[in-house]
Design a protein around this ligand. Sequence first.
Ligand code: AMP
Length: 490
Amino acid sequence: MPFSKLGLSEKVLAAVKTAGYPNPTPIQEQAIPHVLARRDVLGIAQTGTGKTAAFVLPMLTMLEKGRARARMPRTLILEPTRELAAQVEESFDKYGKNHKLNVALIIGGVSFDDQDGKLMRGVDVLIATPGRLLDHSERGRLLMSGVELLVIDEADRMLDMGFIPDIERICKLVPFTRQTLFFTATMPPEIQRITEQFLHNPVKVEVSRPATTVDAILQQLVKTGREPHDKRDTLRRTIRAADNFKNAIIFCNRKREVAQLHRSLVRHGFNAVALHGDLDQSARTAALDSFRNGESKLLIASDVAARGLDIPDVSHVFNFDVPHHADDYVHRIGRTGRAGKTGTAYTIVGPGDGKAVAEIEKLIGQSIAWAEPPAGAPVHAETQDEAREPRREGRGGPRNRHRGHRNESRGPREERVTPDRTHAPQIQAPQAHVPPPQVQSPRREQRQPAPVARIEEARHRPSNAPAREPADHGNDHLPAFLLRPVRGKA
Ligand code: AMP
């Protein structure tokens, strides 16, 4: 069905045309007519499905009538993180460029007074994180009694972040008669309860099974050794050896690890920025901007910081830590292979990660292939043994098998970075000894699009260890894209 048949206004259709979208995505096609008919909507969709436009486009259409009053926003969008909130604001800029709407962002880490001034002037669309929104409300600077439409986005992430009590409070502050649009990637029982409590006879729109793995992503496991520096070494080698590398998000389980890994990668000459909860807003924005505009090729992030961020062109995802929750794996790798592009997700697996990997494989319903470790990468004997275990009933062959160690703890593994100055390389002058960047492997070019075929292919692919990985220290031969100057630390 074309956009023109969904009931959107002329102004919105013009903006969609400018955005270059040929057709609505499934969630847009299914949700937009119901939103315009003022129904509550329960959207079960991952990021990357076009769900933001599924609520922004009809909201713009509906907001063309009426105007805002001081301190009484007409619509309210709740987002779990500041970055997601800022991203939704950008969507209003993009799709609402033919409208004259007042859009305000109410997030932590920025001036309260500036936000207050905006609220005073009257707001058509208020995009907020729950904590700061409640601050304004409790100070009497914001009245939610005029909210006609409430969007709760990334609800399952709100749950992970402990925001559900705040969401419940906010839902009680907005009028009972408002329309509610509720988006979540998964439906754990707590989220189910919230939807039953706060949605009125919602239309359920589900665009893909929760917790399925995006098909366009080649997934691989990379063995590493026991020590923290082994993991970092394996990561560096895997990045350098990666085919068709453009840029990557590297996930760690904890914000402290994000900061440590960032320092380590920068020390090794990589052009990297970091994103985690301890950074102030301007540092987070600078890091994201630098990654989005291609200045930095690596973004190191925690799950919370990166959740839902729309960075369309990520070629690779590296799980530096195997995530503690299998769901997070799906969200992480979903950062690549977006908007019709293919992507690759590497998960670095040390001894002790077996159980977590087994849970991921169970959730996604498939085994993940082992990549050949890049040449010279440290591989602990135990990790290799895991890969050699006999075939499990009904699951892949011995080479891509991975069984968890039942007695292993899945708790977070603390990584202690011992700055190893002797290993710190001199960053080479750009272009010196640099191989042509982004040389594409012919095998990779011929890859079949079907995920199973792609994984099969990866399994039999010869080692992708690069000739350009002479040593881990001293005189690393880095690809050109990693040798751009680092623009300040995030
Ligand atoms: P989201 O799931 O909202 O994070 O959107 C993911 C990406 O899809 C964004 O970069 C959007 O610009 C893009 N997008 C949204 N709607 C469409 C569409 N109808 N056709 C193509 N791309 C779209």
